[in-house]
Design a binder for this molecule. Structure first.
Ligand SMILES: [Zn+2]
Length: 116
């Protein structure tokens, strides 16, 4: 247990509430939410099914709004949870022009048959 620097309440730094809201190790989850001390935007992991290996991108955004909008658009245009039927639709969700940077990228060899 730790004592919160803001309200002197004892809290569990390993609780799910604390993990969800983030903040510093010496701030209780309530204060993090109330004071808005957590400013980091969580990374977003994206998965693509190229060849027989899943390609994984980890991208960083400047705000939670951007992160959520991108995640939503990504799922819409890549057919997450709905197979390839999304590509038959006449409209496509706009995915571009949000401030972001790539943190990491890993993909399989697309030449998965081993041919030269
Ligand atoms: Zn507190």
């Amino acid at each position: 247990m730790r004592e919160c620097v803001h309200c002197d309440v004892q809290f569990n730094p390993n609780s799910s509430a604390k993990k969800r809201v983030g903040g510093k190790i010496n701030e209780c989850p309530d204060c993090v939410e109330e004071l808005g001390t957590e400013t980091a935007v969580k990374y977003l992991g994206l998965q693509a099914g190229d060849g027989k290996t899943a390609g994984i991108s980890i991208v960083a955004f400047e705000s939670d709004d951007d992160r959520q909008a991108y995640s939503k658009a990504w799922k819409a245009v890549t057919g997450f949870h709905k197979g390839k039927s999304c590509h038959l639709s006449g409209s496509q969700t706009t995915i571009g022009s949000r401030p972001m940077r790539h943190v990491a990228y890993n993909a399989g060899n697309s030449n998965h048959k081993g041919k030269a």
